[in-house]
Design a binder for this molecule. Structure first.
Ligand code: COA
Length: 260
């Protein structure tokens, strides 16, 4: 599929999805969100893709937020629909995806941009990155999962402070808060993301998907995460990858997983 606002490149089993609206600091307009839905749906289904790195074009921004110019015409109903569609079609799609997604935060990650990074399974940042949820400066609150995922990642107190002050934090602060797991120079960012993802891609793919589902279950209302873990753990025993993993260990060789 051809995209106007995304660049898709493949490097072995890693797929790069780069948001490519540099002149607008990669702000998420409706078209970009629709393309993200299509790109992630395709990546999760494509057997040749093992995992995804998402980043922003240019040196300045990962994503500077939802496109504010599209907000002006919305009323309460329109706002509700925008938020609900965003959750389902992009942010939850990524968070619940069956393949690992790493956000390489290469500059501003604000509003919907930080929400996008938080929907990913792992976040790393360049040392010039700035992160925040400034929606209250617009008379809004975060609407793409930010009130929930920020509190899960950094704790309720820091989340309330960040959201209510609307302050941006530095990459160093984000590392200290646990919002990102590594901070490197801008030049090293993609190499670091590839290093982490390449290691993950040597592991059993169905087990990775089971781990994502089990961890997410802890944050899903009405679902008992421990019960999910029991069920997912059991299902792993029925996979060829499990047999291969155990056989490789016993034979003192590297496992060759097929995702079966
Ligand atoms: N929506 C729409 N356009 C945006 C945008 C957004 N969230 N963020 C940046 N842009 C656009 C600017 O309007 C500008 O476009 P123009 O050149 O056509 O005027 C372009 O991107 C460059 O941004 P600019 O503000 O000139 O860059 P800067 O370096 O002075 O400031 C920011 C960078 C990130 C501090 C500033 O752009 C900003 O505050 N953006 C909005 C952040 C925000 O509130 N996000 C949450 C939205 S819910």
């Amino acid at each position: 599929m051809e995209f106007q606002n995304l660049l898709i490149t493949n490097k072995g089993r890693i797929q790069y999805i780069t948001i490519n609206r540099e002149s607008k600091l990669n702000a998420l307009n409706k078209d970009t969100l629709a393309e993200l839905h299509a790109a992630f749906s395709e990546a999760f289904q494509n057997p040749e893709v093992g995992g995804i790195i998402i980043t922003g074009a240019g040196p300045k921004a990962f994503v500077a937020g939802a496109d504010i110019s599209e907000f002006a015409a919305l009323d309460a109903n329109g706002g509700t629909q925008l938020s609900r569609r965003g959750h389902t079609e992009v942010f939850d799609l990524i968070a619940n995806g069956s393949k690992p997604v790493i956000a390489a935060v290469n500059g501003f990650a604000l509003g919907g941009g930080l929400e996008l990074a938080m929907a990913c399974h792992i976040r790393i940042a360049s040392d010039n990155a700035k992160m925040g949820l400034p929606e209250v400066t617009l008379g809004l609150i975060p609407g793409y999962g930010g009130t929930q995922r920020l509190a899960q990642l950094v704790g309720k107190g820091k989340a309330l402070e960040m959201i209510m002050t609307a302050d941006m934090i530095t990459a160093a602060d984000a590392l200290q808060y646990g919002l990102v797991t590594h901070v490197v120079s801008p030049e090293e960012l993609l190499a670091k993301a590839e290093e982490i993802l390449s290691k993950i891609l040597t592991r059993a793919p169905l087990a990775l998907a089971a781990a994502i589902r089990s961890i997410n279950a802890a944050y899903t209302d009405g679902i008992n995460g421990y019960e999910t873990e029991v069920a997912e753990f059991g299902k792993c025993f029925g996979t060829k990858d499990f047999k291969e993993g155990v056989a490789a260990f016993m034979e003192k060789r590297k496992a060759e997983f097929k995702g079966e």
